[in-house]
Ligand binder design. Structure first.
Ligand code: ADP
Ligand code: MG
Length: 291
């Protein structure tokens, strides 16, 4: 039997504001699935986990699992709306190994929650929150250590082989560290782009597609000379990274996720708009990184 082709599709937490936003993607996924393509969907949770963290004093790993359950059900429902049987969709709450001595715990980079004004940011800092100025305003930032391994890998693989569309790695997965046989939660939010890339490599996926609220990675982003990168090979994309074209915590992890996937799998990866998901799945109207 020939192995089923697998696509890993990552949806941005910021783009994921309503089920309407998911409609086009769900239609595209239903189509691919009917053609026999294996599909793993991952998603972010930055805005959602940030809201929860303001009111709940639990580890960010536990809060991530809560958001992954909620957003996972939402994505499953949109797939059902697009004609996929609910019996063929599995939501897997995923744990991901990270290093508790990762430098992110000293210098956090992951923006969560909403944007704040400069004045609000000063107030948050006085209350002990780490806040960073981004291109579009201020946001709380939390540690986002590098994802090192997906605990539920075998489970996800088995579900894919059984023909399930799998929703996994939600919010980047819940960060855990291993000491001997003991697992402990880390107070961190993993970057879903990096987790998606790791998962895609570990599942030996054939494509990585990252859907967000912009239609690709840009050069000179935010300036008059800004232009979208179309098709680009990994070596050229690495040069753009070195030039500092991509913002840390937002576009940079997407580009790094694509590069890591393309280098390890020798297959293409794409970054594009959730609103144009069907085109992006066909590698049109987006940024495509090739080997
Ligand atoms: P997601 O929730 O999908 O992960 P992010 O906000 O983390 O979304 O990342 C997408 C954002 O990255 C865009 O909305 C844009 O503001 C920002 N960005 C920073 N640098 C770039 C760039 N070079 N090209 C395109 N977008 C960029
Ligand atoms: Mg992001």
């Amino acid at each position: 039997m020939t192995r089923k082709k697998i696509a890993c599709i990552a949806i941005g937490g910021n783009a994921l504001t309503s089920r309407v936003a998911l409609k086009g993607l769900a239609t595209g996924i239903a189509l691919l699935s009917r053609k026999g393509q294996g599909i793993v969907i991952t998603h972010g949770n930055g805005p959602q986990v940030g809201e929860l963290a303001l009111v709940e004093r639990k580890s960010l790993s536990v809060l991530t699992a809560e958001t992954a359950a909620e957003i996972g059900l939402e994505i499953a429902a949109s797939l059902e709306d697009a004609g996929v049987s609910g019996k063929k969709v599995a939501v897997v709450i995923t744990r991901v190994i990270a290093d508790p001595s990762d430098r992110e715990f000293r210098d956090p980079s992951k923006p969560i929650g909403r944007f704040y004004s400069g004045k609000e940011a000063a107030g948050l800092r006085r209350n002990g929150r780490a806040v960073r100025k981004l291109l579009k305003g201020y946001r709380i930032v939390v540690p986002s250590p590098k994802p090192l391994g997906v605990l539920e890998l075998d489970e996800i693989n088995a579900l894919l082989s059984d023909g399930y569309i799998v929703i996994a790695g939600g919010g980047g997965g819940s960060a855990v560290s291993r000491r001997g046989s003991h697992l402990s939660y880390l107070d961190a939010v993993l970057d879903k782009d990096l987790t998606s890339s790791l998962l895609a490599v570990q599942l030996r996926a054939d494509r990585l597609v990252i859907l967000t609220d912009v239609d690709g990675a840009y050069l000179d982003f935010g300036r008059e000379s800004e232009r979208r990168i179309g098709k680009v090979d990994a070596a050229a994309m690495e040069r753009y990274v070195r030039e500092g074209q991509f913002e840390r915590g937002s576009m940079l992890p997407k580009v790094e996720a694509c590069l890591s996937f393309v280098r390890k799998r020798r297959k293409s990866a794409a970054i594009g708009s959730l609103g144009a998901a069907q085109e992006v799945l066909e590698l049109r109207n987006c940024t495509v990184v090739t080997p």
